[in-house]
Design a protein around this ligand. Structure first.
Ligand code: HEM
Length: 399
């Protein structure tokens, strides 16, 4: 039901916001600033009813209150179908969440990332080799997209060349799926079938990779995880690991392409890169999640009612001047920076070490080999819509 809902442009952001409106997709920051100035939590009747918190405190309160706000639905969509294929841990609440999360932590430790780093560095250089001789490049299509895709494929033990397939599924699930349930179901089924086949292969021929690790992991009852749990977690790792980091690297390059002073400073003072990465994560936080309101509650003085969703905007929290002085400015050596880009509370990102490593290596290798670059005035930058925001077309001039 309710497919292909026709978009009605927003004229009243305070009473009728829509996070898929082109104005939000293009430049959401002034919208959040305006809303935050009026009220910490606003509501829209669109998408069957959604609240939007825009202050850090409100986003934090919701993230920590897993009784009032459930993760059983984490994307705001036009439909709320029955939940048939969960992706633990992100779609689970206590007490089921913790054991599902603990299974996913070991492969993403800082030590594990150190081992993966040389492969990511090689991936970046292989990609740069393809276009460095050209005068222009779409960095989103030719560079930023492939780094997380190939890195996670490498970890899972699936062919890096299947990356285009993963990107297609993620686009269908996170963007087209907001308005079209059939496309979402189709993509989820294709993904499940893909991983089902990978699992079957490994039952006959065990491998040394993340898929086999999950297959061999034991659940809280001491038994191996059932196949649907393994498949759900694998789908989650692909969905969570690709668009997010693609967006974060892309927004960082976009910023450096249009801010030569920061670009030159990073080249002259490479030791500030770790601070710059945190600031890019804060200022251009790609991920906005959702929660379902399960019972009556009060957030930052505003009543919330069950039956509604919450658009949990970590990006808006990161721009709250009550938490970050000069929140609207990108300060690449910002010292105090407790941003919420990786979430807050029990669902905080499993892949933050991987994401940070990929961002660092992607920027280091790019700046080493392409120190001079700018936005190509002949092209257009486009941004993805909905849950994950980042450049999907990033035309740059090299040199
Ligand atoms: C810059 C890149 C990334 C950003 C900004 C990001 C952001 C987030 C955020 C905000 C959450 C919290 C979700 C919630 O509260 O509902 C989350 C959870 C998660 N992320 Fe990431 N993420 C990134 C990269 C990755 C990568 C590379 C992976 C793994 C391959 C990953 C795996 C996960 C998983 C499994 C969860 C669920 C954790 C749980 O439910 O306890 N993420 N991420």
């Amino acid at each position: 039901m309710n497919e292909h809902v026709k978009h009605v442009p927003v004229t009243d952001w305070f009473n009728d916001f829509d996070h898929t409106d082109p104005q939000w997709t293009e430049d959401p920051f002034p919208i959040w600033d305006e809303l935050r100035g009026k009220c910490p939590v606003v509501h829209t009747d669109r998408f069957l009813g959604v609240y939007l918190p825009t202050t850090y405190e409100a986003v934090k309160q919701i993230s920590y209150d897993t009784e009032t706000f459930s993760s059983r639905r984490v994307v705001v969509r036009n439909v709320r179908p029955e939940i048939t294929s969960p992706t633990p841990p992100i779609t689970t609440d206590p007490p089921y969440h913790k054991p599902a999360k603990q299974l996913l932590l070991p492969p993403f430790t800082p030590q594990a990332m150190k081992k993966l780093e040389p492969r990511v560095r090689a991936i970046c250089n292989e990609l740069i080799d393809e276009f460095i001789k050209d005068r222009t490049v779409d960095a989103a299509a030719a560079y930023t997209k492939h780094i997380p895709t190939r890195a996670i494929a490498h970890m899972l033990g699936i062919p890096e060349k299947d990356g285009d397939l993963f990107v297609k599924w993620i686009h269908q699930i996170l963007e087209l799926g907001i308005h079209n349930d059939a496309i979402l179901m189709q993509a989820a089924q294709e993904m499940s079938l893909y991983f089902f086949e990978q699992i079957e292969q490994r039952k006959k021929h065990p491998t040394d990779d993340l898929i086999s690790d999950l297959m061999n992991a034991k659940g809280p009852d001491g038994q191996p995880l059932p196949d649907p749990h393994v498949i759900g977690s694998l789908r989650l790792l692909l969905i969570a690991g690709i668009d997010t980091t693609w967006s974060a690297i892309g927004s960082s390059l976009w910023h450096l392409a249009r801010t030569p002073t920061d670009r030159k400073r990073l080249i002259a003072e490479p030791h500030i890169l770790p601070f710059a990465i945190e600031e890019f994560l804060r200022a251009y936080a790609p991920v906005t999640m959702a929660r379902e309101v399960m019972k009556e509650g009060v957030v930052a003085g505003c009543p919330v009612k069950p039956g509604n969703m919450v658009l949990l905007s970590f990006p808006a929290a990161n721009r709250d001047p009550a938490m970050f002085p000069d929140a609207g400015k990108v300060i690449i050596d910002r010292k105090e920076n407790r941003h919420a880009a990786f979430g807050l509370g029990i669902h905080r990102c499993v892949g933050s070490n991987l994401a940070r490593m990929e961002m660092t290596v992607a920027l280091e290798e790019w700046l080493k080999r392409i120190p001079e670059f700018s936005l190509d005035p002949a092209g257009t930058v486009t941004w993805s819509e909905g849950t994950v925001r980042g450049p999907r077309q990033l035309p740059l001039l090299i040199g």
